[in-house]
Design a protein around this ligand. Sequence first.
Ligand code: HEC
Length: 135
Amino acid sequence: MKKVFFSLIAVAIACSALIVSCSKSNEQDITNPPGNGGGNGGGGNTCDTVNMKYAADVLPILQANCYSCHGNGNVSGGVSLGSYASVKTQADNGNLVGTITHAAGYPAMPQGGAKLSDCNINKIKAWIARGAQNN
Ligand code: HEC
């Protein structure tokens, strides 16, 4: 039952991901070239991942990219990221990094949208590496 539901969703996601990724992938390469002055609003070519904090660094990324489906009472796929405790759960079980890095075996997030910037992904990883604290 759950499997059937899952594969239906997966097919739907795969279809929409195809369309979206074709239109967005070029754009991403241009605005976010690795280590090469892509100064397009995202803080130039530096990415500060030192001492990342939940409230100041991680939460704004989630609010901007994930809350439309996983915050403010939205629980797409049964997943909420609307509180520290729920984010911590997804960080500890590996789903948070798996989904935003588009790792094999995880649904790619944000669903139907462009992948987070490398900088934002690294910020979230750095916060998790320090214990995913409520700071
Ligand atoms: C447009 C809606 C939408 C957006 C935006 C979105 N998600 Fe999701 N998310 C979903 C849906 C739908 C599922 C269930 C997908 C599935 O199970 O295949 C899901 C599932 C997940 C899961 C559970 C994965 C698992 O293996 O159980 C995590 C974690 C997650 N999303 C994190 C995020 C993060 C982090 C962001 C922001 C960077 C984000 N999502 C943005 C719709 C969205």
